[in-house]
Design a protein around this ligand. Structure first.
Ligand code: DC
Length: 207
């Protein structure tokens, strides 16, 4: 079984995708980490983030062992990732890796922005996870404060709005729900309630 999960930054899809993978015994791939890794390796090599040929080459050489690197999780790397994610040759270079992961025996939960529309259009279940920009900014702000960072809510809200605009408006693979995606709004749901809702939805589709 392939579960495609898409949604904007801080919608809760990452936590949900991991929990669903464990619930159904599936592999899990966070495709945002691939774009973040391209940005990291480009910056480490002193390259400009808009050098498409170098970025595509970097994308073809990503080491999957480095995708758990905590250095990928910073706000700065998220921003850098959104720049390389605009480049068509980078997306093309990463799509095969993602499809190969999806084909693994036993199935997978794959999360990102274009999984249901481009990477796995034939996924068994597609979920588009949403939450209001205010709720997402509050969640992200709480996480960062708990991690010891001193940052204002307003700044996070502005960052989330800017990232949404970039992800939704780019020419290639913009963030849009697939026509056959099920919408899951987590604005008023805690983690457990969101998991319960997602499992109910998936079970109703696959059984
Ligand atoms: O989900 P994230 O914050 O780790 O994603 C980082 C950036 O990569 C974000 O700007 C969107 C982009 N991305 C994408 O374009 N396509 C994907 N499948 C996953 C992420």
């Amino acid at each position: 079984m392939i579960i495609a999960m898409d949604g904007p930054a801080a919608s809760g899809k990452g936590t949900l995708a991991k929990q669903l993978a464990s619930h159904y015994g599936l592999g899990h791939l966070d495709t945002g980490a691939l774009y973040r890794a391209v940005a990291r390796d480009m910056l480490a090599g002193g390259r400009d983030l808009d050098d498409e040929v170098a970025a595509a080459q970097t994308a073809r050489n990503i080491d999957p062992e480095t995708l758990e690197d905590p250095g990928l999780r910073t706000a700065a790397m998220g921003e850098a990732a959104s720049l390389v994610a605009k480049l068509p040759q980078v997306r093309e270079a990463l799509v095969e890796y993602q499809r190969a992961f999806a084909r693994r025996p036993g199935g997978a939960v794959i999360e990102g922005r274009d999984i249901g529309t481009v990477v796995c259009p034939d996924a068994d279940v597609k979920i588009f996870v949403e939450a209001s920009a205010q709720v997402r900014a509050k969640r992200r702000h709480k996480e960062l404060i708990e991690a010891g960072q001193d940052i204002a809510y307003e700044e996070i809200h502005a960052q989330i709005a800017a990232r949404d605009a970039l992800d939704r408006s780019r020419a290639v693979s913009p963030l849009v729900p697939a026509q056959d995606a099920h919408l899951l709004d987590t604005s008023d749901l805690g983690i457990e309630a969101a998991l319960k809702a997602a499992v109910k939805l998936i079970d109703s589709v696959i059984r």
